[in-house]
Design a protein around this ligand. Structure first.
Ligand code: SF4
Length: 675
């Protein structure tokens, strides 16, 4: 049996695994003991990562819509139709009328080429991907405060921490190998502080648990920092030598006394005081956060509040410290790095910067548009209003993953042309004019960049099914049809081009990646990579404090409960892969809305009974499950299930700075389903 070393397709931990191959088929998976994160372990999704690869639902041939039906076509016909329709729309309605959505499940090479397709091929900066829906506030907030939106320290570095604050992260279910490291650190003596309205598994294991009301993060983080400053636990030398704006911050957080914080967030003063002492007194403290922090209409302010905390306590640039945004998809970090964003080229070089634009124009041999394009949710709005008319989607399923499903459906149906490259039929391919069958992670070469900035190899273990192709080939074929030279003999040649135009990837090449990969910045071929950022300086010189405020949490008497959405250990994102993995689907085959028994009793709802959940955006009928892991007044619903899509309830209320929608605090009401 052959064993091909590659990288897990699911979460941002980026575990190394082997795909076992027999007679041209992927028959199993085992962990790579030499890999720095997995170290011989995988979570349940990782162990089953190859189970969907040969599923009979796989898309095997290109499809074109004719007379309302999808019919089989040749690649030649499908690619030519896609390139010509997008070109026609661009010529008739202008470059603002076309766009590209790339995928955080795709490789770096695919994301780079699809961003190039948008910019050099279609002459638009309308390019974005699902990072908009998860860590756009990290890019905006940490970018403004520190000069880089990425995780500052490696996962293994948490083993040297004396205190770890985990907030907005269901770590044991969503980043299980990061959780394993955190719990190992706790067993070595680190204090574990967990802030989450839900009593998740990691919250139940915390030394200090904070249970704030949904949406009150800025208040309790400011309160924590205020106690640390009042207790004389700030790192004055770090503040003096390496930061700017501290006096305004100190003045701003002084309002957040424990009593004020309790009124807003519900956290008792003694809990906040104990957490402040544990974090403030630790010689090395780290912050770990995820979508519970970012997926809010004030997500950037939440991130800025956390950045203020680590800066004021000097917890940056050293082993065991840092601020760690945990990325959801296995390559959401890489998709951002590759410039699959409307305002930057690869390596976060701004499209508005004439020097950066000039370099990319020289490299790609064409003029490029100077103004930032539309974000993902803005593209949906533009499509609904008829301003966006043609869209290419690589591996995303907005019908399930974007907020306000009604709006997304109307938007995609309003398009004059929609092409989708995918591995399985989805709710989004059902609306496409052209569907292109793509290769899965087990069927292609390339790289993924994990949440800790580690660029790692993805290796082809088996051939794609039928006529399916790696999307590097798809993007290159479309570029050529749009008149942009794109002759790449392999993904390795694409990486060579990426390295030539991306300073932080300048030293990345396939022969150097081996088993452990390399962490960027890695500017030249002799550079060993950078595991800890900001050791001596910040990219912006001095880091900056940004005071942020939240002095009241709103309520809506018409919708008295607050819905928070999230994921389960057994499923991933919109479920297109895990729901086709029988052992995972068996563990959680159907959705249920989780309610506190107190709320359920007040509404006459029993566990296992049907309920109607209604928000201002829509409603759905679903089973109720009572559990005291959600507090009274809060309900939880996972978003993996097409038969009960959570985005029927969530609205496209955007954070003004990062344009992320609110997924974690939707006012709802619930009534018992009669019968
Ligand atoms: Fe895959 Fe994440 Fe599980 Fe590791 S922790 S095996 S990367 S899903």
């Amino acid at each position: 049996m052959e064993m091909i070393a590659t990288t897990c397709v699911y979460c941002g931990c980026g575990c190394g695994l082997f795909i076992h191959v027999e007679d041209g088929r992927a028959v199993g998976v085992s962990p790579n003991p030499a890999h720095p994160i997995s170290r011989g372990r995988l979570c349940v999704k990782g162990w089953l990562a190859a189970d969907f690869v040969h599923h009979p639902d796989r898309l095997r041939a290109p499809l074109i819509r004719r007379g309302g039906r999808m019919v089989r076509s040749s690649w030649e016909e499908a690619l030519t139709a896609t390139a010509e329709r997008l070109k026609e729309i661009r010529e008739e309605a202008g470059p603002g009328a076309v766009g590209v959505l790339t995928s955080a499940k795709g490789t770096n090479e695919e994301n780079y080429l699809f961003a190039k397709l948008a910019r050099a091929g279609l002459r638009t900066n309308n390019v974005d991907h699902v990072a908009r829906l998860c860590h756009a506030p990290s890019v905006a907030g940490l970018g403004a405060a520190l000069g880089s939106g990425a995780m500052t320290n490696p996962i293994r570095g948490l083993l040297s921490s004396d205190a770890i604050l985990v907030t907005g992260s269901n770590t044991t279910e969503q980043h299980p190998l990061v959780a394993a490291t955190i719990l190992e650190a706790q067993s070595r003596g680190a204090a574990l502080i967990v802030a989450d309205p839900r009593r998740t598994q990691i919250a139940s294991l915390a030394d200090h648990r904070l249970a704030p009301r949904l949406g009150t993060d800025v208040a309790w983080i400011n309160g924590l920092l205020n106690l640390i400053l009042e207790g004389g636990l700030a790192d004055e030398e770090f503040i003096r030598e390496r930061t700017a704006g501290f006096d305004a911050l100190k003045d701003s957080v002084s309002k957040y006394t424990p009593e004020v914080v309790e009124k807003i967030s519900g956290i008792p003063p003694r809990d906040l005081e104990a957490a402040a002492a544990a974090f403030g007194e630790a010689p090395r403290a780290a912050v770990v956060y995820a979508m519970g922090t970012t997926q809010h209409s004030n997500g950037t302010e939440n991130v800025l509040a956390l950045a203020n905390l680590v800066l004021a306590t000097g917890n940056l640039g050293r082993e065991g410290t840092g601020i760690c945004p945990l990325r959801g998809h296995q390559n959401v970090q890489g998709a951002c790095d590759m410039g699959a964003l409307p305002n930057v080229y690869s390596g976060y070089q701004k499209v508005e910067d004439p020097a950066a634009r000039g370099r990319m124009e020289a490299a790609w041999g064409t003029d490029l548009p100077p103004a930032p394009g539309l974000t993902a949710v803005e593209m949906m709005e533009a499509a609904k209003e008829g301003r966006l008319k043609g869209l290419f989607i690589s591996g995303e399923n907005p019908m399930m993953s974007y907020p306000d499903r009604g709006l997304v459906g109307r938007a995609l149906e309003s398009l004059e042309f929609l092409a989708v490259a995918e591995i399985f039929p989805t709710e989004t391919t059902a609306l496409a004019d052209v569907v292109l069958p793509a290769a899965s992670f087990a069927e292609k070469d390339g790289t993924f960049t994990s949440t800790e900035r580690r660029v790692q190899r993805v290796r082809r273990a088996v051939p794609p099914p039928g006529e399916a192709r790696p999307e590097v080939e798809v993007a290159a074929a479309l570029l050529r049809r749009l008149g942009v030279p794109a002759e790449y003999a392999s993904p390795e040649e694409v990486m060579a081009e990426i390295a030539s135009v991306t300073p932080s990837y300048g030293g990345i090449s396939y022969p150097r990646l081996g088993t452990a990969g390399l962490s960027w910045p890695c500017p030249d071929p002799d550079h060993p990579g950078t595991e800890i950022l900001h050791k001596e300086s910040f990219p912006i010189g001095r880091a900056r404090f940004f005071p942020v405020d939240l002095l009241a949490a709103g309520s809506d008497p018409e919708y008295p409960l607050l819905l928070t959405t999230g994921r389960s250990l057994f499923h991933f994102h919109t479920g297109s892969m895990t729901r086709r993995t029988p052992l995972l689907d068996r563990e959680l085959p159907k959705p249920a809305v989780e309610m506190n028994p107190e709320d359920a009793a007040a509404l006459g709802v029993r566990s296992g009974g049907g309920v109607v959940v209604e928000s201002a955006s829509g409603s759905l009928e679903v089973e109720a499950r009572t559990t005291d892991s959600v507090p009274p007044g809060t309900v939880f619903f996972p978003f993996h299930f097409a038969e009960a899509p959570a985005n029927l309830l969530t609205a496209a209320d955007l954070d003004p700075r990062s344009k992320i929608p609110e997924f974690k605090r939707t006012p709802v009401r619930i009534r018992r389903l009669e019968g």
